[in-house]
Design a protein around this ligand. Structure first.
Ligand SMILES: C[S@@+](CC[C@H](N)C(=O)[O-])C[C@H]1O[C@@H](n2cnc3c(N)ncnc32)[C@H](O)[C@@H]1O
Length: 189
C-alpha cells in the first residue's frame, strides 16, 4: 500500500512563513518617534545658513547639531563646506528621508546624519555648535533643555528668534537674496 505523508504540516508552515513576511512588510516602522511640533518647516536660505555657521565659528572636526533640521541644508553645509561632524534632528519622516538621501548622494555619510526624533529627547553634551530655527514659544523649553546638557563654551546660533532669557554675545540682521531681513543671535554657554 502506498503510504502518503500528510501535506498539512508543510502547507501550514508555508502559510505561516507567508503571513510573517506579509506582517513584516506591512508593519509600522519599529519606532516612530513622538514629540510636540516646535515649529513648521520653513527653510533658511543658503546664504543665511552660511552666515550662521560663520557666526558660530564652526571649525573642521567639530560636532554640530541642527535642532529641527528640515531638508538638511544646515547639516549638509556644515559637513560639506566646513568639514564638521554634523547631526540634524527632525520629527518629520519625509524630511528625514529626503535629507538622508541627499547626504548619501553627496557622499557625506561619514560626517553627516539625520536622527529621526524629537529635539527635546537627544543628547547634545558633546556639541561644539548648536543651530536652531524654531518658534519663539518653543525656545524657553529649548533653553532649559540645553542648560542641562551643554558643556562650557558651546556656541548656539539662533535664527530670527532669541532664546528665552539668554543674552546674546552678538546679534546681527542680514538680508537674503530676496531682500528679506534675517536676525541671527550668537550665544556662548
Ligand atoms: C523652521 S524649520 C527649520 C529647518 C532647518 N533648520 C533650516 O533652518 O532650514 C523647523 C523644523 O523643525 C522641525 N521640528 C519641529 N518640531 C520638532 C521636534 N520636536 N523635533 C524635531 N524636529 C522638529 C520641523 O519639522 C521643521 O522641519
Amino acid at each position: 500500500m502506498l503510504h502518503r505523508r500528510p501535506l498539512f504540516p508543510a502547507a501550514f508552515a508555508l502559510a505561516a512563513l507567508s503571513l510573517a513576511a506579509f506582517a513584516q512588510q506591512n508593519a509600522a516602522p519599529a519606532s516612530v518617534p513622538t514629540g510636540e511640533s516646535l515649529g513648521p518647516y520653513y527653510p533658511t536660505p543658503d546664504s543665511i545658513v552660511d552666515r550662521m555657521l560663520q557666526l558660530g565659528a564652526l571649525k573642521a572636526g567639530e560636532k554640530m547639531f541642527d535642532l529641527g533640521s528640515g531638508d538638511g541644508r544646515i547639516v549638509i553645509m556644515a559637513a560639506g563646506k566646513y568639514h564638521a561632524d554634523a547631526t540634524g534632528v527632525e520629527l518629520d519622516q519625509n524630511l528625514v528621508r529626503q535629507s538622508s538621501a541627499k547626504i548619501k548622494s553627496l557622499g557625506l555619510t561619514g560626517t553627516a546624519r539625520i536622527i529621526f526624533g524629537d529635539v527635546m529627547k537627544q543628547n547634545y553634551s558633546q556639541a561644539n555648535l548648536i543651530t536652531v530655527y524654531l518658534l519663539p514659544k518653543a525656545l524657553p523649553q529649548i533653553q532649559a533643555m540645553l542648560e542641562g546638557q551643554l558643556k562650557k563654551g558651546t556656541r548656539v546660533v539662533a535664527h530670527d528668534y532669541e532664546i528665552g532669557t539668554w543674552v546674546p554675545v552678538k546679534s546681527e540682521t542680514i538680508p537674503d537674496e530676496e531682500g528679506r531681513a534675517h536676525k541671527l543671535f550668537l550665544y556662548i554657554r
